[in-house]
Design a protein. Structure first.
Lengths: 307, 168
């Protein structure tokens, strides 16, 4: 006789439903803190007998239908998101193609073409994320989870897959910023724009690099969690520390840039090229950057103590 | 433990747990389903009070195995009584299944080390090398233990079962 070691699919579904109901039932019956658990449960159980006798079948059927509908609604939601992003990608690709033609015949500047092309590239990555969300929702029947300590679903690590796409998106932004900085540098050399404009792009490049570094570190943290090397609580704290360090790096970057800008403005003011109010405005910006830097440093201190 | 986490664990473990148990019950569907269900209910009771173990599947397998042993001992499984048949329930333990349960119960009475080796070799299909690695023994030691475990098992079982023959 051939033996089967695989469960019957109806059994798997029925048991899942039963366990979900049991989970919710036990959570509803949790005793209040400070009270004796057993008598309370007995009282509740006695009360429940009446309910069980009169309408348990109806309630369970309603819960089953509700769960089933919730799953269908979630899958429908992500499918709609995929369709919208597909339409958006098509549109941005058409725009990029038209922009390329306009740029090749000199109707628009390279910068304008690059901005449109970047939008199309990012739309393609957004669609990839939506497709992942769709796969996850179909597998779990729930809203996709993006916490670093979310479980792997059916052997597939959706969180890491999404993080990798997000990192690619950040890298695209960085490439665009660097390209923009290169163009500005050439224009500064030709005397077409002031060096101040170039100085404003540099901190943005620094911030973007910090964000890529943050994405990479989060990916590594996730992979350690999936490998079972660290527990969920440690993942949560480490993730916050990564975010705080990234904030700190960004705030430091901004602070240095504002300091440099203020010195440059003060030189111009001394030569009578700009008014005092311009300098004052930059000084306020520097104060704001200083406050953000202090806050980020404080947050880091707190998190390190918690860890 | 969140509901989502609970259901994810269930979905990831139900197939391997069922396979693990079905091999020990000789494919007895009703018994396997009952034990798998009971294991999850115990997990729910246990994990809501404590934290979820690092390897939920290992925890579930251990509990399921103990439930099966308890069940067989509680029934005072009598190897002479033959296959269990309940005309009212409409379900029947076939002779094959009866022999499988008989062998499993005998294996569990051999002592922890021998039982583990026989289960790993026969139910889980691990090689001698894999068992040696898991238990931290040399391959030669595992082969020796396996041989002795087989002999002990043979002495515990009725001749017909140990020879692969039929019950009277």
């Amino acid at each position: 006789m051939t033996k089967t070691y695989e469960p019957d699919s109806r059994f798997v579904e029925r048991l899942e439903w039963q366990l979900a109901s049991e989970y919710r039932r036990t959570n509803r019956l949790k005793p209040a803190a400070g009270k004796v658990a057993v008598p309370r449960r007995m009282v509740v159980a006695t009360l429940l007998v009446g309910v069980l006798l009169t309408g348990v079948a109806v309630i369970k059927a309603a819960e089953y239908i509700k769960d089933s509908w919730r799953k269908k609604i979630e899958v429908a939601r992500v499918e709609t998101e995929v369709n919208l992003r597909k339409a958006r990608l098509e549109l941005t690709r058409e725009e990029a193609s038209a922009a390329k033609t306009r740029f090749s015949i000199g109707l628009i500047q390279e910068e304008e073409y690059q901005v449109i092309k970047l939008a199309a590239d990012k739309a393609a990555l957004d669609l990839e994320i939506s497709l992942l969300n769709q796969d996850e929702a179909k597998a779990t029947g729930e809203t996709p989870r993006n916490e670093l300590y979310a479980p792997v679903v059916g052997g597939r690590d959706f969180v890491s897959e999404r993080l990798k796409i997000e990192r690619r998106e950040l890298e695209l932004d960085l490439a665009a910023l660097k390209s923009s900085a290169g163009r500005l540098e050439r224009m500064v050399k030709m005397g077409l724009v002031s060096a101040d404009e170039l100085d404003q792009v540099q901190p943005q490049i620094g911030s973007q690099s910090a964000m890529i570094d943050k994405a990479q570190r989060r990916l590594e943290l996730r992979s350690r969690f999936v490998a079972g090397k660290i527990p969920a609580r440690e993942v949560e704290i480490s993730d916050r520390i990564i975010a705080a360090e990234s904030n700190l790096a960004r705030a430091q970057n901004l602070f240095e840039a504002q300091k440099k800008r203020l010195a440059w403005m003060q030189d111009r003011e001394a030569l009578g090229l700009i008014s005092k109010s311009w300098v004052q405005q930059v000084r306020y910006g520097l104060d704001e950057a200083q406050a953000e830097l202090s806050l980020a440093a404080l947050e880091m201190d707190v998190l390190k103590k918690v860890k | 433990m969140l509901e989502q986490q609970w259901l994810t664990i269930y979905r990831e473990t139900v197939h391997p747990l069922y396979g693990y148990m079905a091999k020990r019950t000789g494919g007895n569907q009703a018994l396997t389903e009952d034990i798998v269900q009971e294991s999850y209910l115990r997990a729910l009771d246990n994990w809501k009070l404590k934290t979820v173990p690092d390897t939920p599947l290992a925890w579930l397998k251990r509990v399921a195995r103990n439930i099966l042993i308890d069940y067989l001992r509680q029934k005072r499984w009598d190897v002479k009584a033959g296959p269990d048949f309940d005309p009212d329930s409409g379900s029947r333990t076939s002779e094959d299944e009866f022999e499988s349960l008989e062998i499993f119960l005998a294996i569990t009475s051999l002592g922890k080390k021998k039982a583990r080796i026989l289960e790993a070799f026969y139910y889980e299909g691990l090689s001698v090398r894999e068992i040696a690695k898991e238990m931290g023994f040399s391959e030669r030691a595992v082969e020796g233990l396996l041989r002795r475990a087989r002999q002990s098992l043979k002495s515990l079982l009725p001749k017909s079962t140990s020879d692969g023959g039929q019950h009277d």
